[in-house]
Design a protein around this ligand. Structure first.
Ligand SMILES: *Cc1c(COP(=O)(O)O)cnc(C)c1O
Length: 650
């Protein structure tokens, strides 16, 4: 029997005390001082622009009745807004364990508030001379966290930018993969000289990212060496054959022997992938959702699927591994996806590998040394009881070999909403997304890495966008660099809390065993844990779900009740047999005493479970000796007993 793993004692990390406004607003004076200081600083900046210009708003302006009426109206509306916002979700509180939100990092919040009145627009450096560079640097900070090349002096340095969220970052991954896949074919069709191109459309469409980036570089160098007229002509000829010019319909009509490419993702993937394929001009029929094993992408099923694609000559655009699924927090075998690609390359099928780490991306900080290198698994494991299992470690170690990654600073980055991020491993690929090929007009591509991306709007799905948000992310990452000694403190603390939650759940199950089946349906990979229940004696799935919905009444947001009525906020999700796998789904139901075959038709065999996102830094409050995890399970004990007309067990 393997020895019971041991865990280091839970210790409060005092650096965290300065990181947030705090559940009680403990750091109010700190935030207020910063805000007042930098608001004044902004005002002086205005005055010092041309101090000789006198104030345009007269010193007596505020005495005018129109001014006063306006101010009164503004105040009335602000009071109403402020009052209404009191019904907001209390993300700051350790009693909030529902969706993927928590308190905000002070450096990020303060930097964003400080930058707001300057109103930089990161569409271009002309509207954001400072914050565009900060955004590109955020891309480098994230690249380093993922193990991508992050030294801008390297020709193959990574590139990343912010998006409104993970949804658009995922879409950017699709756009870039398609651009890379289709480009060699455009060169071939245009008859671009001197490039040694693949001899058929299938081979050109399966050239692979690295070879395509190399090809793009050789093509740009060839163009740059031509006299301006030839250069423009050749450029136009190739452009005319690109998928970005012809559209998907026109491009595939021009290459009738090629079938539409597929996007592969686990069935647990976020619905942004469905949105993404549609935005790209593909349809859901091109999105192949693959089975999971223990809620993690089944790498063998993926390997078989791509082998079949290779045999049947169905192109694959992109395979997605999810690093922290939105509903379950499970982590796909990124290494297995890379291995499946390696195996089909020999059969002539190549595709991009993207990691949707919108949720789990920042967990990578636990795995990084300050110098950016990967930590040993044993050193990490010494800080936890179960984390990270060898497959989990391999998934994080493999990030460096993928093509692109989505990370959401507004999730485990503890930053305000409105910031997702897309990072690709080799910045040179981005030229294919540019709306305008600058090297054509300037003769050669800009050599300086930062300068290259200053017209950010050329490359991103959005146009105008918040430079203040970029400043917030940048400053947060500067104050807490993305390695285990700095930023890693936060995921370390919350993953430890998840381990404690997991063990407490087992004690809870024993405590309530007299009247309730309770279990964690599958082991948590990150800081998301689910709980499944069934009243003892009940065999019906529909009844078990009805019980859970009644329990959830006590945990769900309700606009008709004051917030304080709720002791805790949670969320729910469903375990569908097609997600969990038929065998494991059966096992989960049976262990809960539910007759899996009796009413499998009801709810499609889906079990409703509680879902908990554990990311609040004060789930274990050492200052006051309070464990909100214990309190939560006490609360569950009271609720479940009351729902079943029982006295809670002593
Ligand atoms: C949250 C999430 C997304 C979508 O991100 P938004 O920021 O909500 O647009 C995509 N994928 C995963 C895995 C997520 O958790």
């Amino acid at each position: 029997m393997p020895a019971e793993p041991t865990a280091p004692p839970f210790q409060h990390d005092h650096v965290l005390d300065a990181c947030f406004l705090g559940p009680y607003g403990e750091n109010d004076a700190l935030l207020e001082r910063i805000l007042v200081e930098f608001l004044r600083d902004h005002v002086y900046w205005r005055r010092n622009f041309h101090p000789e210009d006198p104030p345009a708003i007269g010193t007596a302006a505020s005495l005018h009745p129109d001014y006063q009426a306006f101010e009164a109206r503004m105040r009335r509306e602000l009071h109403q807004l402020s009052a209404a916002l009191k019904r907001s979700m209390p993300f700051h509180s350790p009693r909030y364990i529902g969706h993927m939100a928590s308190d905000l990092l002070l450096p990020g919040l303060a930097a964003q508030m400080l930058a707001l009145p300057y109103n930089p627009n990161n569409v271009t450096d002309e509207a954001a001379p400072v914050t565009v560079d900060l955004e590109v640097k955020v891309g480098l900070q994230l690249a380093r966290m993922l193990g991508y090349p992050s030294d801008p002096a390297r020709v193959d340095c990574a590139f990343g930018h912010l998006t409104s969220g993970g949804t658009l970052a995922n879409y950017q991954a699709l756009r870039l993969a398609l651009a890379l896949k289709a480009f060699p074919l455009a060169l071939r069709t245009a008859g671009a000289p001197g490039l040694d191109l693949p001899d058929d459309d299938w081979a050109a469409f399966n050239l692979g990212n690295a070879a395509t980036i190399d090809l793009l570089g050789r093509w740009q160098a060839w163009l740059a060496a031509q006299p301006p007229r030839e250069r423009a002509q050749w450029h136009a000829r190739v452009e005319a054959q690109r998928i970005e010019q012809l559209g998907i319909a026109g491009f595939f009509a021009a290459h009738p022997q090629l079938r539409l490419p597929r996007v592969l993702a686990p069935i647990t993937a976020h619905y942004s992938w469905s949105k993404g394929v549609k935005m790209l001009g593909l349809g859901r029929a091109q999105l192949d959702l693959l089975p999971t094993h223990g809620m993690r992408l089944d790498a063998d099923a993926l390997a078989e699927h791509v082998q079949r694609c290779a045999r049947e000559r169905i192109p694959v655009l992109l395979a997605v591994a999810v690093l922290g699924s939105t509903e379950y927090g499970t982590i796909d075998p990124v290494d297995g996806v890379l291995a499946a690609r390696e195996a089909t390359r020999a059969q002539g099928l190549d595709f991009a590998v993207h990691v949707d780490a919108a949720w789990g991306g920042y967990l990578a900080t636990i795995f990084r040394h300050e110098d950016g290198s990967l930590r040993e698994r044993e050193a990490i494991a010494a800080e936890f009881k179960y984390f990270p299992s060898p497959p989990l470690y391999r998934a994080f170690a493999a990030l460096a070999d993928t093509d692109s990654v989505t990370v959401d600073p507004h999730k485990l980055g503890y930053l305000p909403f409105g910031s997702g991020a897309f990072v690709c491993r080799d910045h040179r690929a981005m030229d294919l997304l540019a709306e305008r090929a600058d090297y054509i007009f300037h003769g050669e591509a800009p050599r300086d890495y930062l300068q290259r991306f200053r017209s950010l709007g050329q490359f991103i799905p959005e146009g105008s966008k918040s430079g203040a948000a970029a400043a917030g992310v940048y400053v947060a990452h500067q104050v807490l660099p993305l390695d285990h000694r700095n930023f890693g403190r936060m995921p370390r603390s919350t993953v430890r809390c998840t381990e404690l939650f997991y063990e407490r759940a087992q004690r809870f199950a024993a405590q309530v065993a007299g009247y309730l089946h309770a279990r964690v349906p599958f082991e948590p990979d990150s800081n998301l844990v689910c709980l499944a229940f069934n009243p003892r004696g009940n065999r019906s799935l529909a009844q078990a779900n009805a019980f859970l919905w009644r329990l959830y009444e006590r945990l769900r947001p309700d606009v008709h009740q004051p917030l304080q009525v709720k002791e805790f906020f949670g969320s729910v999700t469903t375990l569908r047999p097609e997600l969990v796998g038929a065998g494991p789904a059966h096992e989960i139901l049976t262990s809960l005493g539910i007759d899996a075959d009796a009413d499998a038709d009801s709810d499609g065999g889906a079990l409703v479970v509680l879902r908990h996102t554990l990311m609040n830094p004060w789930l274990i409050d050492r200052e006051n000796g309070i464990s909100y995890i214990d309190r939560y399970f006490d609360f569950l004990m009271r609720c479940t007993a009351a729902l079943l007309d029982r006295n809670p067990p002593a």
